[in-house]
Design a protein around this ligand. Structure first.
Ligand SMILES: [Zn+2]
Length: 235
């Protein structure tokens, strides 16, 4: 085998592992922040329900306050009508006002009851969400601590791999070939080389033209797959 290819294969053996660990290290914080965001969204939804409940409760209080005032007025009008001092036209006007007040009180009471039943629904939902958030907060804390230990572990593995990598020589590989190799590690998920097996690139499973196979067999240059660009090798 072309000695440059052998050297690249030697590097690839470690670089493949480095790529995996680096991908893991990039993924872990992403997963953590996605979960944190989901939890925050749930808390925000809960807060909206709490606010709606508080607003409803305060409007119910206002309604109660208003109906108390209306009832007092009603009582006063009833007294005025029955104490014998009012004349017929005044009594008629009192009665008109009393009818209006009764209607308003009845509407306000209906409205208050509707709001109260909405409050009950909301409070049940809030209790449920509260319990769920509490549970998810605990799960998140556990996940976070797992991520921390997995990160530590991955960092340790990465350091060991980098140490191992530093001992592998890239002597004999030209700077431009090394550049091509490193670029492929990135674009091809840590697999910069592909075996040529039976006229096929094992990296992308595309049939290779005859001239590629011939060039590779000659062993004098690096040959890349025309489809996936990986550096081809065979034993
Ligand atoms: Zn290919």
């Amino acid at each position: 085998m072309n000695p440059v290819l052998s050297a690249l294969l030697n590097l690839q053996e470690v670089d493949r592992e480095i790529f995996k660990v680096e991908a893991e290290l990039a993924r872990l914080p992403d997963e953590l922040s996605a979960r944190a965001e989901a939890l925050e969204n749930r808390k925000a939804a809960l807060e909206i329900k709490r606010r709606e409940t508080a607003e409803l409760r305060s409007s119910i209080q206002e309604i109660e306050h208003t109906t108390v005032g209306l009832r007092q007025r009603l009582k006063k009008l009833e007294n005025e009508s029955s104490n014998g001092t009012a004349d017929a036209s005044l009594i008629a006007s009192y009665q008109h006002e009393m009818r209006n007040i009764k209607r308003n009180v009845s509407q306000a009471e209906d409205d208050g009851l509707k709001r109260l039943s909405r409050v009950e629904v909301l409070e049940a939902e809030i209790a449920e969400m509260d319990a769920r958030i509490e549970e998810e907060t605990a799960t998140f804390a556990e996940f976070q601590s797992n991520v921390e230990s997995e990160t530590k572990d991955a960092e340790g593995r990465l350091a060991a791999l980098q140490e191992k990598r530093s001992k592998r020589s890239s002597d004999g590989i030209t700077a431009s070939d090394l550049e091509v190799y490193k670029g492929l590690l990135k674009t091809r998920q840590g697999e910069a080389l592909a075996e040529l097996g039976d006229g096929l690139c094992e990296g992308c499973f595309v049939n290779l033209p005859k001239n590629i196979v011939v060039r590779l067999a000659r062993g004098t240059e690096l040959v890349q797959c025309p489809s996936c660009d990986r550096i081809l090798f065979n034993y």
